[in-house]
Design a binder for this molecule. Structure first.
Ligand code: ADP
Ligand code: MG
Length: 310
């Protein structure tokens, strides 16, 4: 297959939206953003062996490449709109491309997210996505807004993806439920949008709870006190690891793509109701305090968080 055949295969399946004036096929896409809205723009790259195991199935690679970008839009409270896809492929493999496109476009469809262009080159397997979302002026959930006295909350359960990764690194069989969390993260788009006006600050957990919460603290000029016993864990994680290992995975494991946010205590009832509506656990795990840094007694904070160039 030629580069243009690869692009044609993707183009044939990409769904459009009313505000896409021109999609894949010309030198640029043309978009008609709604008047008065701000664009939220983000980009994330996935490299084989770094962001996913080499034996990950193509469907899951496509899913995850999009999910991590949708997660960034979710963390800003933005509504997903359009994305572009840069694909570096070792060869023109139709089976890979179709599986990849399946995973990518299945998730895109769930969020009315239009693939409007990209680039296709030969090279080591690597996927970059640029995502564009829409948000009303002043309503984006930034990292800078945390206030002393806020509650710290987290969605879903923590440590599952890191648990699968730990099993893989140890040469153990990965627990299917945990592996699904690693390979097919669910971006919390509806939650992010519902948190506008409720939360003071928000971030998605890609590098680990403590590391990512530290970004909120640094940006906001505050500290955080986290109760390690309050951190939510799945039954699968508890079954696979001892209590001490679970704690480290929950506090410092990356790749869960849950949202961590702060909100004043007056919003507790609203947040419990929201948890019911979304059928998604929301757990109060600590407080924003004066000072700097994240304190979590019982976990080695220094060892927490993944850094590419450390
Ligand atoms: P150009 O050489 O003008 O940059 P290309 O030949 O790279 O154009 O791409 C042709 C069209 O296909 C463009 O509209 C581009 O956005 C789109 N495209 C290329 N690769 C991808 C991809 N992986 N996914 C989606 N669209 C793509
Ligand atoms: Mg090009």
């Amino acid at each position: 297959m030629h580069e243009f055949d690869l692009i044609a295969r993707i183009r044939a399946r990409a769904a459009l939206r009313g505000d896409v004036v021109l999609g894949i096929g010309d030198d640029c896409a043309l978009l008609a953003p709604p008047a008065g809205m701000q664009l939220a723009v983000t980009m994330d790259t996935l490299n084989v062996g770094v962001h996913f195991p080499a034996d990950t199935v193509p469907y899951d690679i496509g899913w995850k490449a999009l999910a991590v970008n949708l997660s960034d839009l979710a963390a800003m409270g933005a509504q997903p709109a359009w994305c572009t896809l840069s694909l570096s492929l070792p060869g023109a493999d139709a089976v890979f491309l179709d599986g990849f496109t399946d995973g990518f476009l299945t998730l895109a469809k769930q969020h009315d997210f239009a693939l409007i262009g990209g680039d296709t080159t030969r090279g080591p397997l690597s996927i970059s996505v640029t995502a564009h979302g829409l948000v009303a002026p002043g309503s984006a959930l930034r990292r800078t807004g945390a206030q002393v006295g806020d509650d710290v909350w987290v969605s879903g359960t923590l440590g599952d993806a890191a648990g699968a990764l730990r099993q893989w690194q140890q040469g153990d069989a990965m627990t299917p439920v945990l592996r699904e969390r690693l390979d097919r993260p669910i971006p919390r788009v509806a939650l992010g949008r519902a948190l506008r006006g409720l939360a003071h600050a928000c971030i998605d957990i890609s590098d680990g709870l403590l590391a990512d919460l530290a970004h909120i603290c640094n940006s906001s000029g505050v500290g955080a006190q986290i109760n390690v016993d309050a951190l939510p864990a799945s039954a699968a994680l508890r079954e696979a690891f001892d209590v001490a290992t679970c704690r480290v995975l929950q506090a410092s494991g990356g790749d869960d793509y849950e949202l961590c946010f702060t909100a004043p205590p007056v919003q507790r009832d609203m947040l419990h109701a929201l948890s019911q509506t979304l059928n998604l656990p929301l757990t109060h795990i600590g407080e924003i305090v004066t000072g700097t840094g994240v304190c979590c007694a019982g976990v080695d904070v220094a060892a927490a968080g993944y850094q590419h160039f450390a």
